[in-house]
Design a protein around this ligand. Sequence first.
Ligand code: DC
Length: 218
Amino acid sequence: MTVVAIDGPGGSGKSTVARELARRLGVERLDTGAMYRAVALRALRTGTPVGDEKALTGVAREMVLELGDPVLLDGEDVSDAIRGDDVEAVVSTVAAHPAVREVLVSRQRDWIAAHGSCVVEGRDIGTVVAPGADLKVYLTADPSERARRRAEDERAVASRGRGGERGDPAVVRRSIGRRDALDRGRAASPLAVAPGAVVVDSTGRSVEEVVEELWGLL
Ligand code: DC
């Protein structure tokens, strides 16, 4: 059984690298960010205040989530909706609640136990969710490259008619800077390099190069 934990800030290339590494290993990938985004989306849709930790915990516990491609929330394809501006604006607040994290971490551990070998990506996988992972990676990239990648992702969502006026690198850079500060500065499981994690900088490197490096570490 091989569990790979990949953590890092937004735009570091985590999702692409995790997807490609999982494909090469022939295992499933778990995008834990999508779970926090799904809680945020369900809260917005049900009018649950994002400051109400207790109510959000109920949302996290009750949602039926299938994290394949597409992502299904209560049976509906929310792959683009969880990347929308409204979710982007509140997801860090949702993810800062310890009780919400507790519910999602427990669901993530169940998923890992059910899948055996897998690649799991997020912010606290090596530190909290799976500290015993066979390989722990902290993926990073310089801020302008991260903003450029996020802007590209946003333009892809916008081209499908969901994203509005998004995809401007300067605006994205401010928004990921704000999100990073919230993710790193929060009291509950802040984004941090896990003990024993390998720090990999993806700046100026292709997905294949980074995946090759991780492959060599397994
Ligand atoms: O990776 P992402 O942008 O989809 O993550 C969305 C938000 O969820 C972001 O604010 C960080 C948070 N998150 C977290 O706190 N813990 C995780 N394991 C994954 C994501």
